[in-house]
Design a protein around this ligand. Sequence first.
Ligand code: GLN
Length: 486
Amino acid sequence: MASIRELHTQLVKKERSAVEITQEALDRIQALEPKLHSFLTVTAQRALEQASAVDAKIAAGEEIGILAGIPIGIKDNMCTKGIRTTCASRILENFVPPYESTVTQKLANAGGVMVGKTNLDEFAMGSSTENSAYQVTANPWDISRIPGGSSGGSAAAVAAEECVVSLGSDTGGSIRQPASFCGVVGMKPTYGLVSRYGLVAYASSLDQIGPFGRSVEDTAILLNVIAGYDPQDSTSLKVEIPDYAASLTPDLKVGKKLKIGVIKETFGEGLDPEVEAAVKSAITQLETLGAEIHYISCPRFRYGVPSYYIIAPSEASANLARYDGVKYGLRSPDADNVLSMYTSTRAIGFGTEVKRRIMIGTYALSAGYYDAYYLKAQKVRTLIKEDFETAFQQVDILVCPTAPTTAFQVGEKITDPLSMYLNDLMTIPVNLAGLPGISVPCGFDSKGLPIGLQLIGKVLREDLLLQVAYSYEESTNWHLQKAKIA
Ligand code: GLN
C-alpha cells in the first residue's frame, strides 16, 4: 500500500477511488489473516460505507482532508460505538460500546476508514500479544515469532500492509516495542496530548494512545488528527497543536546545532550485540547529519521496571474492579448469590496475566503495604523524572535502543513473566515521566529481524522528535524494506 500522501494525491486526481483503496486493504486482510491473526474484528461493510462517503465528496467537488479514504486499524481497547470492543479479554467478548472514543471519532470526522479492530495482550498487559484470549499474532518478518506487544496487532497490520496506519496504546512501551519488532514507526505522545476518552483504562497515569506508520510522515499525519484538547478527558492538555507533518524537512536544521544525548545505562548487560551495533551506527549517522553527540547518564533509569510493576498493577487492580458481571460484558452463569457471581465471573473472564496483575496491585495498595510499595514506587518515579530533567538541561533529545532484543519466538518467554517484563526496560521510564518517545527502524539482525532506535523528547516536543526521526529515516533505507509476509 502506498503512503498517505500518495494515496491522497491519487484520490484527488481521481486516479483511484476510496472504495478501491479500501478494497485493496480488505483483500490483503483476507489473504494474510489466516497466517497473521492481527485483527480480532474486521469491519468490512462499515469501511466500504465510509469509503463511499469519501468518494461522494470527491465526486461533488468538495475538498477532502489528508486522511480521508485512508485504511486504518484500531487497537481493540478503544471503544467504537456499535462495534464489539473486547480488549482481547473473555470478559468483554460480547461488549458493544454505546459510545465512541474521542480518537476514533476524530478519525471518522477526518474521513479515515476503519478496517477493523486489532489484536492485543489482554487489557494491554504484555509485551508479545500472546496474552490475548483469542489468538496469537505473528510477526510479519518471521511468523514463528511474536510481533511484540501489547499493540502487536496494530504493528503487524501496518508492517504487513493490511492497513496504511493504525492506533495503539502505550503504558510502558506497547507502541514503541512492537514498532521496533515489526520494523515500523511507532510513537507514544506526551501524556495528555491525545485524549484517553474511550480508551479502556489499564494504568491511567501511564496510558497514552499513539500512531503507527510505515514512515515518519504517515505517523506525523495521524498524530495531527488525533492530538488536541478534549474536555471529556480530565488529563487532556490545553495546548496548540503544530502541524507536525508540514514542517518535516530532510536536513537536520532545527534552529541551532542539535544536541543528542545517548543514555549510557541502556548499553549494559542484556543488550543483544546486534541491536547495540545497529543503534550505535544510527547514532553515528545522526552525527553525520550534523548532530552533536553527548553521552548522558540516567542513573535511576534501571529502577523503571520495578517501580512500574508496582504502579501499573496498582492502577490496574482499581480500574479492573468494574468488571464484576453486573455492568459490563460477561456474567458467569453458575452463581447462586451475588458474591459468587462476582468471583466466578472474574475467575472465568480474566486470563492468567491479568489475574497476576490484579493480585500484585491489590497487595501493593493494601493497608500496611501501601507505604512500603506503592508510595515508594511513586517516589522512585519522581527520581526517574528528575534524571530526565537533568539530561534535558544538557541535550535536546535522548536516544537509546527501543528494546534490548529483536522479536523472540512464540512461547519463548510466556512462562517467565520477569524476562517478559524486562523487555520494556528502555521504554517504561518514558511513560513514568510522561514524555514523548518514538521508535524508528534502524537496521536488521543476522536473522533478518528489524531493530528499532528510540528517540525521547522533552514534554510536548513531538515536533522535534518527528523532525529528527524524519531526517534519520530519509538518510537510510530501513523503512523501505518490506516484511516477508507482505
Ligand atoms: N509490557 C508492559 C506491560 O505489560 C507495557 C504494556 C503497555 O504499554 N500497555 O505492562
